[in-house]
Design a protein around this ligand. Structure first.
Ligand code: ZN
Length: 280
């Protein structure tokens, strides 16, 4: 499984009555960046003392829940990063902070963007307010309810004996090869998405899907469901405009692949580890 600790984070829509703020953390968003105390190397959220004196204009505050017992808030703000702070995009947190903190920052960013993008109703144009109970927004005029948007997608390592099928996306500038991925379409099961995406992107058929785990990927709001799939039939035929190149690679001779922070790499590493175990 993709590593996580269920006790790290307790999701809550609003703080419990009389909850303390003195050890709270604030993810303060200036445009698309998150404000970080910059005296140390790795970014970290703003603590409560610093927040009280922070010279930014606050537009909204969203309670996230408790991270290891610490109340956490996402704050929509404007202004420039004050002296002693830096504004760092979420990608700048990836790999520089421990994984649970990165996913919490990703949660904060997705909720802030959802808040910014759902101030008015998409059906009647009326103002939206926070739902009384759920993590949702409700139109004051027509009652339409919007929940935070997530985009489920699949990511799959196709394997054939000792080989894996990796592809280079046409939009990637570098020579990196990765597993195949694509978004779930309305009306599809996750498994159907795997079959469709693999066939669309590289023209082969697969069988024996095995689900390994998932990863939140907040760029901007994906939930990636990771699979291994066995090759069944067909020759590689790359989808024009989407896949620049796709090949079979022996697992001992892999090209440049994604870093350890990506589920793609984890799917690859899991396959390699299993082959080594088989050989004893
Ligand atoms: Zn409405």
């Amino acid at each position: 499984m993709w590593p996580y600790d269920p006790d790290d984070f307790e999701s809550m829509v609003r703080p419990p009555e009389g909850a303390a703020r003195d050890n709270a953390w604030y993810f303060v968003f200036l445009g698309g960046d998150i404000l970080a105390a910059s005296e140390q190397g790795a970014p970290r959220p703003i603590d409560h003392d610093a927040m009280r004196w922070l010279d930014v204009e606050t537009q909204a505050e969203i309670y996230l829940g408790r991270f290891r017992g610490r109340a956490c808030y996402a704050v929509d703000a404007s202004g420039r990063a004050p002296q002693g702070y830096s504004a760092i995009g979420l990608r700048g947190w990836l790999g520089r902070v421990e994984a649970p903190l990165f996913y919490l920052a990703g949660r904060a960013q997705q909720l802030i963007e959802w808040h910014r993008d759902h101030r008015f109703c998409g059906r009647c144009g009326g103002p939206m307010r926070d739902h009384a109970v759920d993590r949702a927004k409700e139109c004051e005029r027509c009652g339409l309810i919007n929940y935070p948007r997530l985009s489920p997608s699949i990511i799959v390592l196709v394997h054939r004996g000792e080989e894996v099928l990796l592809a280079r996306n046409a939009r990637w500038p570098t020579g990196m090869y990765s597993t195949l991925a694509g978004f779930v379409e309305p009306g599809e099961s996750i498994e159907q998405t795997v079959h469709r995406e693999v066939h669309e992107e590289v023209g082969v058929r697969v069988r024996n899907l095995r689900y390994l785990g998932s990863q939140s990927w907040p760029f901007p709001n994906s939930l990636m469901l990771g699979f291994h799939a066995e090759y069944a039939s067909g020759d590689i035929n790359c989808q024009e405009g989407e896949i620049a190149d796709a090949r079979w690679f022996h697992h001992s001779q892999l090209p440049n692949v994604p870093p350890a922070t990506a589920i793609s790499r984890w799917l690859i590493d899991d396959f390699i580890a299993a082959r080594r175990t088989e050989r004893g």
